[in-house]
Design a protein around this ligand. Sequence first.
Ligand code: AP5
Ligand code: MG
Length: 210
Amino acid sequence: MIILLLGAPGAGKGTQAKILTEKYDLAHLSTGDVFRYHIKNETEIGKVAKGYIEKGTLVPDEVTCAIVKESLPLYQNRKGIILDGFPRNIVQAKALDAFCKLDCVLNIAVSEDLLLERICGRRVCKDCGASHHIKYLQGKATCQYCNGVLYQRQDDSVETAKERFAVYSQQTKPLIQFYKEKGILHTVDGNKEQDAVLVEIDKILKVLAE
Ligand code: AP5
Ligand code: MG
């Protein structure tokens, strides 16, 4: 099963993906994580991506699509794949259609005031990449899953987050209609607590698996 997690920056895509991958034995392909890996390791892709990510704009489609096309065959040893953050515009969605068929699009809908709070309070694990929030960390500086050190993403400032929201509205939101027309869109209420969002997703995946 190939699942796309769609949603604004901070909607909870990475958080839900981490749980779903373990629960359903799925692979997780996050283009944002791939770019951060390349930036950290100062690769050629990292050098291209850095400026775009720091500004909160999209990395060029040809770079992003090539990465996904090359990576997908490497993820076939699990029961399915979760795509997180790709596609995020119509050009990418059409490119994906040419080499992969999505079974389900889970649109995590969250109001904008909550998104900003989630982004600005997010702390990410340097080792396993898990997202945490200062509200629940109670002063702890290490990851609840692997004890790794937590850091704040460079693009998680108020200013860059606002640019990311604008890019989402202009370029990514049209994908909701695009996938609705294909009959594979499911929207969940991402304003709820993490566990309640998972319950909604579970219900959808259970029906699809029948
Ligand atoms: P990417 O890394 O994909 O960032 P994003 O889409 O902006 O999404 P985020 O990772 O910020 O949010 P999330 O939905 O994963 O939220 P999370 O679960 O962490 O992309 C970064 C950049 O890379 C882009 O700006 C672009 O430059 C580039 N890029 C990536 N893909 C690209 C593509 N396809 N094309 C071109 N460029 C691309 O949760 C957020 C916080 O909320 C956490 O603190 C978490 O603990 C908390 N939280 C989660 N769920 C809940 C809940 N239900 N209740 C309360 N708190 C919650
Ligand atoms: Mg994420």
